[in-house]
Design a protein around this ligand. Structure first.
Ligand code: HEC
Ligand code: HEC
Ligand code: HEC
Ligand code: HEC
Ligand code: HEC
Ligand code: HEC
Ligand code: HEC
Length: 383
């Protein structure tokens, strides 16, 4: 069974209730600073709405969870466990970052603001002084596997609004620092969410989760932990497969047709681009460093892609299930699969060198985080 499912059935009930109580206090405080933060709201509801029950039913009827695939697809399962896809969302209180930060103080390098990190009753809080009083704010999720960075977010289950916190763990620097693009909140309005980070509207908060999760509940279902299927699991890319698992156990796997296939290269690219982005969903204000994060966008601008009868996909160079390898000879083989026949173009500069170094260089995005530009080209300035 998928981690998130186990989590949701056995562990989360208590946490979620605590989260809702405390987060209402946190959110309420910020919305209405005159309220006493210690009060428990009278109208607090623990009973699930019919929409939430329907959603849970939909999940359990249709989704099997990653672990259900392991017995028959051990290779893909093992690869998936290595990939960052399997760890794109962690409940903050269960993360190793929480363990590491618990009890620490942090001085914001660009504000005269100090934060304290507290873990209490299986909940992780950040607390600070704002407008002369102490505010405790629950941190619900940690996004990112930590290959490059991890950024915490909270979503208020009731309103669906959220906040992207101002502090991020940078794996390269091995410390927390200011979240990318948060310099614009150096000056903030006391008593507002900006005290903690970037306020996220309902739609923004769900968009954030939608690119890091397998299933995200519709807007009429509370945005609490137990309603999300965390991480980019098998069924995000292959569709709900519960029926496939059932039939496969009866030796009739072929009777459950795939929800969709990756046979068509253009459709393949579109599926990855839902999250990795292409020309349809790249923010217009992106900097060159940011653009290098968007592999489908950049790859589709390459002559390699455009002039190879659209046979190129991410699988030309990567196993979509696995972690990215740094073994350059692996990529050289892919390049030479198209660039060694007599009728194809050849490198006159370093025909047996490290192709990636010159044709897909790493570009810095933010604070030491680099991405390899998937627009394969003659190094600018050389042509
Ligand atoms: C009991 C064994 C079994 C389990 C469990 C199982 N599969 Fe399969 N799967 C098969 C078999 C057998 C095939 C080949 C079916 C065919 O020939 O069409 C297959 C094929 C596939 C394929 C390729 C063809 C297609 O249908 O798209 C995918 C993708 C796939 N499985 C995904 C999954 C996922 C995801 C899970 C877990 C949620 C899973 N499978 C669980 C036995 C299993
Ligand atoms: C639901 C959104 C989503 C979809 C769809 C998606 N990805 Fe990802 N992918 C992510 C996120 C988020 C990460 C960053 C994971 C992390 O935190 O390390 C990622 C990371 C990766 C990595 C790096 C893995 C590693 O650990 O080195 C590769 C490679 C990758 N994706 C390829 C693909 C391919 C190929 C497809 C399409 C078949 C695809 N992704 C579809 C969201 C997605
Ligand atoms: C359009 C889809 C999309 C949206 C929306 C999105 N992400 Fe991501 N995110 C990705 C993909 C794809 C990656 C992997 C490539 C990368 O790191 O840029 C990623 C990577 C990350 C990483 C770095 C993980 C690592 O170590 O590589 C963090 C942290 C992160 N996202 C946080 C967030 C937060 C917080 C939000 C919402 C405020 C958000 N993301 C919104 C798709 C998205
Ligand atoms: C990021 C998207 C993504 C995720 C997550 C993912 N797959 Fe796949 N899977 C693909 C793509 C794309 C292909 C087609 C591979 C190709 O054409 O090179 C594929 C192919 C397969 C196949 C057919 C055999 C093969 O390798 O070509 C099986 C079986 C399969 N996946 C099972 C799984 C299982 C089980 C999981 C979870 C443990 C999983 N996949 C997770 C994208 C994904
Ligand atoms: C699927 C086949 C394919 C793969 C894989 C491939 N290319 Fe290409 N590439 C082409 C085609 C086709 C062209 C355009 C016609 C030509 O130059 O032969 C091209 C053009 C180029 C150009 C000239 C670009 C320009 O803007 O003028 C460079 C440089 C290049 N490829 C390098 C690489 C490198 C490096 C790799 C591996 C990282 C690679 N290619 C992988 C097919 C491919
Ligand atoms: C022509 C080969 C090639 C193709 C095709 C390709 N990649 Fe890559 N990819 C690379 C290379 C090379 C690296 C850098 C590996 C390293 O770190 O040495 C890389 C790295 C990555 C990373 C890790 C972050 C980074 O930039 O270092 C992600 C995520 C990724 N690729 C996703 C994708 C996705 C999604 C697609 C399909 C849209 C794709 N790649 C297609 C060659 C390719
Ligand atoms: C030291 C940097 C460097 C390395 C390493 C390198 N290249 Fe190049 N490559 C270049 C430059 C610079 C050009 C443009 C030369 C010119 O203008 O004639 C080029 C041109 C090309 C072209 C276009 C040739 C044409 O006539 O249109 C292809 C294809 C190519 N390289 C592929 C590769 C492949 C494949 C590898 C790895 C086996 C590789 N390169 C390694 C720097 C490099």
């Amino acid at each position: 069974m998928n981690h998130s499912l186990v989590f949701q059935k056995f562990r989360v009930a208590g946490i979620v209730i605590a989260l809702i109580v405390t987060s209402l206090l946190g959110w309420e405080f910020l919305r209405n600073p005159d309220h006493a933060a210690e009060e428990t709201p009278d109208d607090f509801q623990t009973t699930e709405s019919p929409a939430a029950r329907d959603w849970q039913l939909f999940l359990s009827d249709n989704f099997a969870g990653d672990e259900a695939c392991q017995e028959c697809h051990a290779e893909q399962f093992a690869a998936q466990q290595r990939s960052g896809h399997s760890r794109t969302i962690t409940p903050m209180s269960l993360s190793s970052l929480a363990e590491q930060l618990e009890g620490d103080e942090y001085q914001d390098p660009r504000r005269s603001q100090q934060l304290q990190f507290v873990k209490q009753n299986e909940q992780f809080f950040v607390s600070t002084e704002d407008d002369g009083r102490e505010v405790n704010f629950p941190v619900s999720w940690l996004l990112g596997s930590g290959t490059h960075a991890q950024t915490p977010v909270s979503i208020d289950p009731g309103s669906g609004m959220g906040v992207e916190f101002r502090w991020t763990w940078f794996a390269g620097r091995k410390e927390i620092g200011v979240t990318p693009d948060h310099e614009r909140f150096d000056d903030y309005q006391p008593g507002s969410l900006e005290c903690f980070g970037r306020p996220l509207g309902k739609t923004q908060a769900r968009a954030c989760m939608n690119c890091h999760a397998t299933a995200v509940p519709p807007e009429n279902v509370p945005a609490s932990l137990d309603h999300f299927m965390a991480n980019v699991g098998c069924e995000r890319c292959h569709g709900p497969r519960k029926n496939h698992v059932k039939l496969a156990h009866l030796g009739r796997a072929d009777e459950a047709p795939p929800a969709f296939t990756y046979d068509d290269p253009a459709e393949y690219m579109d599926r990855c681009a839902q999250c990795h982005r292409d020309e349809t969903n790249t923010p217009s204000e992106s900097t060159p460093g940011e653009l290098a994060r968007f592999q489908p966008l950049r790859m589709k601008q390459s002559r390699c892609y455009l002039e190879s009868q659209k046979t190129m996909t991410c699988s030309t160079c990567h196993d979509p299930h696995d972690r990215v390898t740094n073994d350059r000879s692996h990529y050289q083989k892919s390049c030479l699969s198209c660039h060694s026949a007599p009728e194809q173009s050849h490198c006159k500069v370093e025909p047996s060198g490290d192709c990636v170094k010159c044709h897909m260089p790493a570009v810095e995005w933010y604070s030491g985080i680099k991405f390899h530009d998937h627009r394969i080209q003659i190094p600018p300035g050389d042509n």
